[in-house]
Design a binder for this molecule. Structure first.
Ligand SMILES: Nc1nc2c(ncn2[C@@H]2O[C@H](COP(=O)(O)OP(=O)(O)OP(=O)(O)O)[C@@H](O)[C@H]2O)c(=O)[nH]1
Ligand SMILES: [Mg+2]
Ligand SMILES: [Zn+2]
Length: 319
């Protein structure tokens, strides 16, 4: 039992209102209370804490390397802190929103968190193929985009070209996750909890297959949790609830292009140094907005997304 006066360090592994579960360096978990009225910690935070009997109190949150969050007009919603990367999990079904994907990527770029895009449910044939096509611009702008199936029955399916390549991508994904802390985020129903259960067998995270049986609401996962993969505590996966909206109110409109890789590679070639890439003559970005396949293209959908987010973020700042 440590001296109750000496704060020790720990890791926040889950958070429920004012109660936080903290894991010490030996892997022991304990419920801690925050000192103030508000819980200022998020999953992934390193904290100092003191113990008394069976409970702990958070003393301080150590500085964060990064924080993945979204921000709308009302509040900040934090996912997790101190990440190596984020896995944005999408699925053939439910159909994903490209806008939501673009926004999640911008938020990750703003915190210098490397995104990996994964499309799940390759067992769904044509639905998967069309979703995979929609991701082509993201592959072309340099993101890692993988296609997998987490459905156990598809592993026994006769090997078609598609199941072979998705099996390879699953192996590649496993290698990318090794020895890293990865936040798994994405829309509800994509299979985030199914993915955690695959690599953390004792986790038994409730998935939609289970909650359907229990007749519960749309989002199966309602809070963020840290899971260790394997026993050496080097590889971590963080499960998070699905999101509908991804607010970017913390981002300046003029920052946007530098957070979108297909735009970023054309910056510095505009006639005006403060070009917004919306309408200016001599813009080096607009000229790449075309559907033909120059290797450095900006897709029409992406350009529209840029315009819309730019307008939205400009409006907030001119109240
Ligand atoms: N066909 C198919 N279904 C899958 C696959 N992976 C997961 N599912 C199913 O998709 C549903 C949703 O999976 P979950 O893991 O609960 O999704 P989630 O992303 O955690 O959703 P939230 O917790 O609501 O955010 C479940 O019924 C899974 O069984 C897959 O590869 N193929
Ligand atoms: Mg879930
Ligand atoms: Zn420009």
């Amino acid at each position: 039992m440590p001296n109750p006066e000496t704060p020790k360090q720990g890791l926040v592994v889950s958070s429920h209102g004012r109660h936080v579960v903290v894991e010490d360096d030996e892997g022991e978990r304990r419920i801690c209370h925050s000192r103030g009225k508000k819980n200022l910690t998020v999953v992934g935070d390193r904290v100092t804490w003191t113990t008394s009997a069976h409970e702990g109190t958070i003393v301080a949150v150590l500085p964060r390397h990064n924080l993945m969050y979204r921000q709308d007009e009302i509040r900040i919603k934090s996912f997790a802190a101190n990440l190596d990367q984020t896995l944005i999990l999408l699925a053939a079904e439910p159909e994903f929103s490209e806008r939501q994907l673009a926004r999640a990527l911008i938020a990750a770029e703003a915190q210098s968190i490397r995104p990996i895009i994964v499309l799940n449910k390759s067992d769904l044939g044509a639905l998967f193929q069309s979703a995979w096509q929609r991701l082509a611009p993201y592959r072309d702008m340099g993101y890692e985009v993988l296609g997998i199936s987490l459905n156990p029955s598809s592993e026994n399916a006769s090997a078609t070209a598609s199941t072979e390549s998705t099996a390879t991508d699953l192996t590649r994904l496993e290698a990318l996750l090794a020895d890293k802390t990865t936040l798994v985020m994405g829309p509800s129903g994509a299979g985030k909890s199914t993915l955690i259960n695959r690599w953390v067998p004792h986790a038994m995270v409730a998935t939609n297959a289970i909650s359907k049986a229990l007749n519960s609401g749309k989002h199966t996962t309602t809070s963020t949790h840290w899971y260790w993969v394997g026993t050496n505590r080097h590889t971590a996966l963080i499960d998070s609830p699905g999101f509908q909206e991804f607010g970017l109110h913390h981002i300046q409109p003029t920052q946007l292009a530098s957070l979108m890789p297909d735009f970023r590679r054309h910056l510095g070639r505009c006639k005006y140094h403060n070009c917004t890439h919306l309408h200016e003559p001599g813009c080096g970005v607009i000229s790449h907005m075309k559907t033909t396949s120059s290797a450095l293209y900006i897709s029409e959908v992406r350009y529209k997304i840029y315009q819309d987010i730019f307008a939205e973020l400009s409006a907030i700042r001119h109240w």
